[in-house]
Design a protein around this ligand. Structure first.
Ligand code: AHG
Ligand code: MN
Ligand code: MN
Ligand code: MN
Length: 336
């Protein structure tokens, strides 16, 4: 038997994805290769984030992106690493990144079946102060031989074949779903491997935490304002909820997934379609929430049913524990 200090049956992310793929007889290993390149990008960003302060990666890159945001050096560096890793994987045909105004169409010799939408570095406002940040991705599969067009990337989130995020926090945690549940992996830096640590994550049906930027309260619409009021001053005698807001979507969503509760980025008068981007923030997190037994709502419809019209489209989002999201859906329904 193995020495107690060392587990010998290591469920690495590679082995996990190969196990999943073995359920599909026609699989050719393409998806496993795609995931291993996404994982490579995450390992690079993790290393860069951990030494950002030392490697002068703090601060602005002196450019602004299509979002009108000043790009941080780590935004630009992370984006380059992911684009290069995904193109060289030979398994992608279209890439959509928060940091690139236009979609990337992969040249024919390197083209594969997958369209990857991603936010290479989420929570950029938290880079310089060392607070958790992350990477978010979603994957669509194109039909074989189909000439890649932008429509291939503008699909509703329910068509995604996989989605996930990596959080660069006190540990480096990779959370992913390929459509049959949600699993979490933690990077063992001594091995450079992500090891399965959170099998079959299920979000609690109801939570005690709400997560929203209260600084936008004066611009909220009725139902959002009413819901937050209920969190703070419950009328049914239940205890008030706690407020936790980190300002990195990956960190706020990861806490919500593990502890339960609700995360909101509502529309407001300043940004009538909210702030978060549909393809590479709303869809992947909504996909994961549903796979973990939670749900995600835009204020009008199930988030995954939304059909985006352009690649950087934004949407309000209310996601988390099933019962908590039901409450805000009822408030929007009452107002409709
Ligand atoms: P990004 O850094 O990729 O642009 O995303 C930032 C997003 C998201 O991570 C977070 O939930 C939200 O911005 C926070 O916005 P506010 O600072 O307006 O609350
Ligand atoms: Mn940004
Ligand atoms: Mn983001
Ligand atoms: Mn980003």
């Amino acid at each position: 038997h193995s020495a107690d200090a060392f587990r010998t049956d290591l469920m690495t992310i590679t082995r996990f994805v190969l196990n999943e793929a073995s359920k599909y007889p026609e699989s050719r290993g393409d998806f496993s290769i795609l995931i291993s390149n996404i994982v490579l990008g995450c390992k690079f960003v993790c290393a860069a984030v951990n030494k950002a302060g030392l490697a002068k990666l703090i601060g602005l890159a002196g450019e602004t992106n299509v979002q009108g945001e000043e790009q941080k050096k780590l935004d630009v560096l992370s984006n380059e690493v992911f684009v290069k890793a995904l193109v060289s994987s030979g398994r992608t045909c279209i890439l959509v990144s928060e940091e690139d105004e236009e979609a990337t169409f992969v040249e024919t010799t390197k083209r594969g079946r997958y369209c990857v939408v991603f936010d290479p570095l989420d929570g950029s406002s938290n880079i310089d102060c060392g607070v958790s940040i992350g990477t978010i991705f979603g994957i669509y599969m194109m039909n074989d031989g189909e000439e890649p067009t932008l429509e291939g990337a503008l699909q509703p989130g329910k068509n995604m074949v996989a989605a996930g995020y990596c959080m660069y926090g006190s540990s480096c945690t990779f959370v992913m779903s390929t459509g049959s549940g949600v699993n979490g992996f933690t990077l063992d830096p001594s091995l450079g491997e992500f090891i399965l640590t959170h099998p079959d994550i299920r979000i609690p049906k109801k939570g005690k935490i709400y997560s929203v930027n209260e600084g936008n309260a004066k611009n909220w619409d009725g139902p959002t304002a009413k819901y937050v009021e209920k969190c703070k001053f419950p009328t049914d005698g239940s205890p008030a909820k706690s407020l936790r807001y980190i300002g990195s979507m990956v960190a706020d969503v990861h806490r919500t997934l593990l502890y339960g509760g609700i995360f909101l980025y509502p529309a407001d008068k300043k940004s009538p379609t909210g702030k978060l981007r549909v393809l590479y923030e709303v869809f992947p997190m909504s996909f994961l929430m549903e796979q973990a037994g939670g749900q995600s709502f835009t204020g009008k419809e199930r988030s995954l049913d939304l059909v985006p019209k352009h690649i950087h489209e934004r949407s309000p989002i209310f996601l988390g524990s099933y019962d908590d999201v039901e409450e805000i859906k009822a408030l929007y329904a009452a107002e409709a």
